[in-house]
Design a protein around this ligand. Structure first.
Ligand SMILES: *Cc1c(COP(=O)(O)O)cnc(C)c1O
Length: 436
């Protein structure tokens, strides 16, 4: 007899980003299997995976190419270390990433999550300036409402009060530039020049941005040209640019990497979420030969950082198979076409609803913000937890969503079909009407 997974979960699990008192009061949904763009629960019920298992899945679940790649690698070896040894899939994936990443990125440093990829980028940027003898370049610029992960360095860069405020005494001080979103900030913030003040001065090591879209902030889409402007600012002031592509990477915005839509070449780029196609924990920090070379002369210049599972062969094999699918199928064209269809569906079905304050979209990253009053943008009382209530209603209609406050988030697998998109948007429309 196997024990009831609901009972085991309730007794022993502590879920991330989850008020556990509320969790205990609800019937938990436990996933037992997946197939294509669907998740299947322990009772055999099927649900569309509307947030691609938290923005990671690209090609659907049980994708044959990825399943085979992992199985084949399992027939060779599951894991060996990258500290003092190499492994075949880690080397092959590094080459494949560099082939598609913006020049002059040329080096891949692996880790396990978006947060660790950001930690690596921070430490590389800091140490780079130390080796260059620019000892005062020790500070980082990040945007208001930024999200870069949950480890302490990444939280120091983060600007989301609800998640980050409590840890303030543990954090290093970050210089803060405004978030370029017209509805939350004054018009002046929309220009990259608003970032300029923070970048001036000899103490800045790097600027970090989520290119084009601030995901966790509520799918805040930056105005066109903003990223290119920030990149130009960084060049002008001799400051490194870190593009955190953890959420935006691997086709979500309609480009392979969001920074490519503005012709921006960062000095450091962080990848995770979609890197393994959403199969296994894998992350990478990409950087240039110029930064790499500053670490070469003398053992004291070593980058003393590494995780036990860095460059895990199973995860790298999945990543390689996933990247090959981008080459074999015209996935980016497919994403752009689906994004157009989504735009029509959202305009037809959600825009007319009174409680929908704003619909934000960049490729297949979509945020639908619910407001109590459209004119004043007055929010609903947070204690109503309306976003969560709407997502619960959508679940009853067979669509899995996870909100950010009162922003309903749609980030489906790239393999989503037009019909499945219509199902998701239809379920949201009905759920808002039934809930508000
Ligand atoms: C999700 C996310 C991270 C953190 O990634 P984890 O794998 O959850 O640690 C970092 N940066 C951005 C932009 C993200 O969206």
């Amino acid at each position: 007899m196997t024990a009831d997974p609901v009972a085991l979960d309730r007794r022993h699990l502590w879920h991330p980003f989850t008020p556990m008192r509320l969790w205990a009061e609800e019937e938990p949904l436990i996933i037992a299997a997946g197939e294509g763009n669907y998740l299947i629960d322990t009772a055999g019920r099927r649900y569309l995976d509307g947030v691609s298992s938290l923005w990671v899945n690209l090609h659907g679940h049980r994708c044959a190419a990825l399943d085979d790649a992992v199985r084949e690698q399992l027939g060779r070896i599951a894991h060996s270390t990258l500290l003092g040894l190499g492994n075949v899939p880690a080397a092959e994936l590094a080459a494949a990433l560099i082939a598609v990443a913006p020049a002059p990125l040329s080096r891949v440093f692996y880790s396990d999550s978006g947060s660790t990829a950001v930690e690596v980028a921070l430490k590389l940027a800091f140490q780079y300036w130390q080796h260059r003898g620019r000892l005062r370049r020790t500070r980082f610029v990040a945007l208001a409402d930024a999200y870069h992960g949950d480890t302490i360095g990444a939280v120091s860069l983060g600007g989301i009060d609800l998640f980050h405020r409590l840890f303030h005494p543990l954090l290093f001080q970050t210089l803060r530039a405004p978030c370029p979103h017209p509805y939350r900030y004054a018009d002046g913030a929309l220009s990259p020049e608003a970032c300029r003040e923070a970048c001036l001065g000899e103490e800045v090591a790097a600027v970090i941005v989520e290119p084009r879209v601030q995901g966790a902030a509520g799918i805040i889409v930056h105005p066109p040209g903003y990223l290119a402007g920030v990149a130009a600012l960084c060049r002008r002031h001799d400051v490194l640019l870190i593009c955190d592509e953890v959420a935006t990477g691997f086709g979500r915005t309609g480009e392979l990497f969001a920074c490519q839509s503005e012709g921006v070449s960062p000095d450091l780029m962080t990848l995770a979420k979609g890197l393994s196609g959403g199969y296994l924990p894998l992350a990478a920090t990409l950087t240039t030969e110029a930064i790499f070379e500053a670490f070469l002369d003398g053992p004291e210049r070593t980058f003393f950082h590494g995780h036990s599972y860095t460059g895990n062969p199973l995860a790298c094999a999945a990543g390689l198979a996933s990247l090959r699918l981008f080459g074999e199928r015209d996935l980016l064209a497919q994403v752009r076409s689906r994004a157009c269809r989504a735009r029509e569906l959202l305009a037809q079905q959600l825009a007319p609803i009174e409680a929908v304050g704003e619909i934000r979209q960049c490729g297949l990253m979509i945020g639908v913000e619910l407001v109590a009053d459209r004119q004043t943008r007055r929010p609903f009382p947070p204690e109503r937890r309306l976003g969560a209530a709407v997502c619960r209603a959508a679940r009853a209609q067979g669509v899995i969503l996870r909100p950010l406050g009162d922003v309903l988030v749609i980030v489906p697998p790239l393999s989503i079909t037009d019909d499945e998109l219509a199902t998701i948007v239809g379920a949201i429309a009905q759920s808002i009407r039934a809930t508000v």
